[in-house]
Design a protein around this ligand. Structure first.
Ligand code: TXA
Ligand code: MG
Length: 353
């Protein structure tokens, strides 16, 4: 199959291309599209055959449920029942936007889409291209992140093409995404609302709307022996091909330790990459023999870090890095999402200095 890459400009969206993308979904095909978080790999959420194709294209186990994307508030009632007061409050506060809610599903949603579960993940994205595309596709688009299983989620259409060329009909290229990490997932089917995956919408933001919000223990504690409640959080996701170590501690000590580790790794013939910050990148460039030092953003601006993390992991993969070292980040606010993804990429390999 030939994968068509179509550029969509946000200020002048190509209606005809979006209509064709919608037609592809209605016919049971797959189209990747931009959202405000990461690129999604879309299929018709109400067509079991489309969901099977998504799993095949991603190389993803079919017990890992998909998020259903909608483009109208009221459509939540067609796929979820009941829609509790907490869901309505969160929708009013954060939709359209980077928040996914887990609710009990209606019969309209096939089990193929929900990985066999009786619950459904619902998200109403804010990206205008995503919304126009969902509408053109009939209103219910099942979409995981548009990476092959085990690769970082794509933040650029180029990365979608790398992973999906020949596997899907079309890619809508809306440029680089804004947030760069996947949506926050909140489960509203238990006794208390619970965050299953941290994201741009933080626990602090959620507790302003709902007084109590729990966090799945497996997010906070890697040694916890419970199973993560979001099936996808069980897999070693976002894994770079080389080995990544996160170094934690006071800033100067971290820089010093990473420089020493880089030099030791170079002695062993490794290709070495450093994930630095704007504040420290120069120090590594001067102080160690790493093959590549990349700043992931500024410590003063956690959003800049979230925005670039997956891109840098991909670049290091492409450059053939075999050993990578990263600084660590504060786990407050959006930092929780950054650390969650970084630690997963590192297989929870952390060294304290
Ligand atoms: O930002 C995002 O959410 C992106 C964009 C494309 O919207 N999508 C995304 O989808 O990250 P995916 O499939 O890569 O991650 C969805 C996560 C998985 O960990 C999955 O297990 C979990 O959501 N999930 C989906 N439905 C669920 C359900 N019914 N119960 C628990 N977890 C669920
Ligand atoms: Mg994913």
């Amino acid at each position: 199959m030939e994968t068509k890459l179509v550029t969509i400009r946000e200020d002048r969206p190509d209606r005809e291309a979006i209509r064709r993308a919608g037609e592809i979904l209605r016919g049971g095909g797959l189209v990747a599209f931009p959202t405000e978080t990461v690129y999604g790999l879309g299929g018709d959420a109400l067509n079991p055959e489309s969901s099977r194709k998504i799993y095949a294209a991603k190389g993803r186990p079919s017990d890992n449920p998909l998020i259903v994307h909608i483009c109208r508030w009221e459509d939540i009632y067609r796929i979820a029942d009941p829609v509790p007061e907490a869901a309505r409050k969160l929708a009013r506060a954060f939709w359209p936007g980077p928040l996914t809610m887990i609710l009990h599903k209606t019969d309209l949603v096939p089990k193929e889409t929900t990985g066999g579960l009786d619950t459904v993940a619902v998200r109403f994205p804010s990206d205008p291209v995503a919304r126009a595309f969902i509408e053109a596709a009939g209103g219910f688009v099942a979409a995981p992140s548009a990476n092959r299983s085990g690769r970082p989620s794509p933040t650029l259409a180029r990365y979608v093409l790398e992973d999906m060329d020949g596997r899907i009909e079309m890619i809508l290229d809306g440029g680089e995404v804004g947030i760069g990490l996947e949506s926050t997932i909140v489960d509203l089917t238990g006794e208390e609302p619970m965050i299953l995956r941290p994201g741009f919408v933080t626990r602090e933001m959620l507790t302003e709307v709902l007084s109590r919000v729990e966090v799945d223990r497996t997010i906070l504690d890697p040694d916890c022996h419970l199973r993560p409640k979001a099936p996808g959080m069980r897999y070693r996701h976002y894994a770079p091909k080389g080995e990544l170590v996160v170094v934690e501690g006071e800033r100067d000590a971290v820089v010093f330790a990473i420089c020493e580790k880089c030099n030791a790794a170079k002695e062993k013939g490794e290709r070495v990459g450093v994930i630095a910050t704007d504040e420290t990148a120069e120090a590594y460039r001067k102080g160690c023999r790493a093959d590549s030092v990349k700043s992931v953003g500024s410590r003063k601006d956690p959003l800049s870090v979230g925005h670039s993390l997956y891109r840098i992991l991909r670049e290091f993969d492409d450059e053939g890095m075999t050993a990578m070292f990263s600084e660590s980040f504060s786990e407050s606010g959006f930092g929780q999402a950054i650390m969650n993804r970084l630690l997963k990429a590192a297989g929870h390999h952390v060294e304290n200095v």
